[in-house]
Design a protein around this ligand. Structure first.
Ligand code: S3P
Length: 442
C-alpha cells in the first residue's frame, strides 16, 4: 500500500500513515439499519423472506442470532461467512417460540427495536442485555411509550439495560417523540402491529424511514402524513424479498477521505440514498465537496445510486435542526472534514450524540484536538475552526466503530499519521474497512 501501512497488534492497534490520493471504486458493506429491520420484520412475518446482501457485521449477527433464538429459521445459517442470500422463515401470528435471555452485544438498534415486537406477545418473558456500552445507552425512551401502550417492561435504574419484558396485549396510542429517534419510532410501529387499534407516531423532525418502507412492502397498513405515521394491527405480514443496499453511513468515511486528500477520485457504487439518510451528501456539498450522485434502481422502495467524489477545497458550514437526524451517524466524520476546511463549522442541536456508542461529543472533540484541531465541545454539538489540515496523534476508539474509522481517515489525511487503539471496533458495522481503505490507497 503506497504511503500507507497498517500495523496490527493483536487486531487492536492500527497505525494509519499519511498517504497519497485515494483512487478506484468500491461497494461499501450492506446497510446496517436496513439489515436489522430485514431480520426483525422477516422474523415477525409469516413464511419465507429471501434476504440478499445482509450485512456481515457484529451488530447484525447479533440481530440474526436473536431472531433465530425466538424461533425464526435462518437458512442457510451464517457460519464463518454470511451467505450472499438466505431465507428467514418468520414465526407469523403465533409469535416467538421461545423465551429467556437475549444478548444484543453492541447493537443499540436491536435493543430498541425488538422490544416493540416482544412487548405485545402475550405470555412471553424475555430479558435483554448487552455489552458495557449497551448498558450506558438509554432505553427509557422506549419503555415509557411502550408502557403507555400497556406494556410491562422493567429497565435498570429507570433508564438503562438490562431490560425485562413481560409480554401482554397492547393498545394503540398516539405518541409524539420527545427526541428525534428512528429507533423509538420503529419500536412503536412494531408494537402497533400487535396492538388493539391504530398506533400513531408524531415526529417533529423526520428520521430515517426504513421501517415504514419495509412494513409497507410486507403488506402492513401504514399511513404516512406530514410528520406522522400510523400503523394498524396487521397479523399476516409477508415480506418475500429484501435486497439490502450498501450503507451510506459506511460510504461517508470515503466521501470525506476522498474530499480531503488531494488528487483523490473514488466511485462508491450501489449505495442506498434514501433521502432520510443523505444529509452527509448535502452537508459536504455545501462545504464545497465535488460529489456526483447518479441514481440507479429502486430496490423495494429504497433508492440506490452511484456516487463519485473528487477532492476539493472545503469551507466551514453550520449543521443544525432538521438536518441532524439525516446525518446523525456521520457527524463525527463531518467534524473531521471541518478540520480540513477553511473557516468555522458549527454542529448544533445534536445532544443525541452523547447517547451513541460513545459520548460522541466528548470523544470526537478529544480525538480531534489531540490531532491538533481547533475544536471545542458545546452542550449540543461542537465548534471547529478549520486549519486546512491536522498533525496527527493517537486515539482510543472507546469501542465505538465510527470513532475507530474516523481515526483511520484522520491518519491518512494528516501530516504525521494516527495510531488507533481499538481498531477492531470497526467490525460492528464495517469489518472490511481496512482492506477497502488499503485498496483505494493502491
Ligand atoms: C438507527 C437510528 C439512529 C442511528 C443508529 C441507527 C436505526 O439512532 O444513530 O445508528 O437503525 O434506526 P436514533 O434513531 O436513536 O437516533
Amino acid at each position: 500500500m503506497s504511503g500507507h501501512e497498517v500495523d496490527l497488534d493483536g487486531g487492536e492497534r492500527a497505525t494509519f500513515r499519511p498517504s497519497g490520493a485515494l483512487r478506484g471504486s468500491l461497494v461499501p458493506p450492506a446497510d446496517k439499519s436496513i439489515s436489522h429491520r430485514a431480520a426483525i420484520i422477516g422474523a415477525i412475518a409469516e413464511g419465507p423472506t429471501v434476504v440478499t446482501n445482509y450485512l456481515d457485521s457484529d451488530d447484525t449477527r447479533s440481530t440474526l442470532s436473536a431472531v433465530a433464538g425466538l424461533g425464526a429459521m435462518v437458512n442457510p445459517e451464517p457460519l464463518n461467512a454470511m451467505p450472499e442470500e438466505f431465507t428467514i422463515e418468520g414465526v407469523g401470528p403465533t409469535g416467538p417460540r421461545s423465551l429467556g435471555r437475549i444478548d444484543v452485544g453492541n447493537a443499540g438498534t436491536l435493543m430498541r427495536l425488538l422490544p416493540g415486537w416482544l412487548a405485545g406477545c402475550d405470555g412471553g418473558l424475555w430479558r435483554m442485555d448487552g455489552d458495557a456500552s449497551i448498558r450506558r445507552r438509554p432505553v427509557d425512551r422506549i419503555s415509557v411509550p411502550l408502557g403507555l401502550m400497556g406494556a410491562q417492561i422493567e429497565v435498570t435504574e429507570e433508564r438503562f439495560p438490562p431490560i425485562k419484558i413481560d409480554g401482554r396485549v397492547l393498545k394503540g396510542i398516539e405518541y409524539e417523540l420527545p427526541v428525534a429517534s428512528a429507533q423509538v419510532k420503529s419500536c412503536l410501529l412494531l408494537a402497533g402491529l400487535r396492538a388493539e387499534g391504530p398506533t400513531t407516531v408524531i415526529e417533529p423532525i423526520a428520521t430515517r424511514d426504513h421501517t415504514e418502507v419495509m412494513l409497507e412492502a410486507a403488506g402492513a397498513r401504514i399511513e404516512r402524513g406530514e410528520g406522522r405515521v400510523t400503523v394498524w394491527p396487521s397479523e399476516n405480514l409477508s415480506l418475500e424479498r429484501v435486497e439490502v443496499p450498501a450503507d451510506i453511513s459506511s460510504a461517508a468515511f470515503f466521501l470525506v477521505a476522498a474530499s480531503i486528500v488531494p488528487g483523490s477520485e473514488v466511485v462508491i457504487d450501489r449505495t442506498g440514498v434514501n433521502p432520510t439518510r443523505t444529509g452527509i451528501v448535502d452537508i459536504l456539498r455545501r462545504m464545497g465537496a465535488d460529489i456526483e450522485v447518479e441514481p440507479l434502481d429502486d430496490g423495494a422502495g429504497e433508492p440506490i445510486a452511484r456516487i463519485t467524489v473528487r477532492s476539493a477545497p472545503l469551507t466551514g458550514t453550520r449543521v443544525e435542526g432538521a438536518e441532524i437526524p439525516l446525518a446523525i451517524d456521520e457527524l463525527p466524520i463531518v467534524a473531521l472534514a471541518a478540520c480540513f476546511a477553511e473557516g468555522e463549522t458549527i454542529i448544533a442541536d445534536a445532544e443525541e450524540l452523547k447517547a451513541k456508542e460513545s459520548d460522541r461529543i466528548a470523544v470526537v472533540v478529544d480525538a480531534l484536538s489531540g490531532f491538533g484541531a481547533e475544536i471545542e465541545a458545546r452542550e449540543d454539538g461542537m465548534r471547529i475552526v478549520g486549519t486546512g489540515g491536522l498533525r496527527g496523534g493517537s486515539v482510543d476508539s472507546h469501542g465505538d466503530h465510527r470513532i475507530a474509522m474516523l481515526g483511520a481517515i484522520a491518519g491518512i489525511a494528516s501530516r504525521e499519521g494516527v495510531v488507533v487503539d481499538g481498531m477492531d471496533a470497526a467490525a460492528v458495522s464495517y469489518p472490511t474497512f481496512q482492506q477497502d481503505l488499503g485498496r483505494l490507497l493502491g
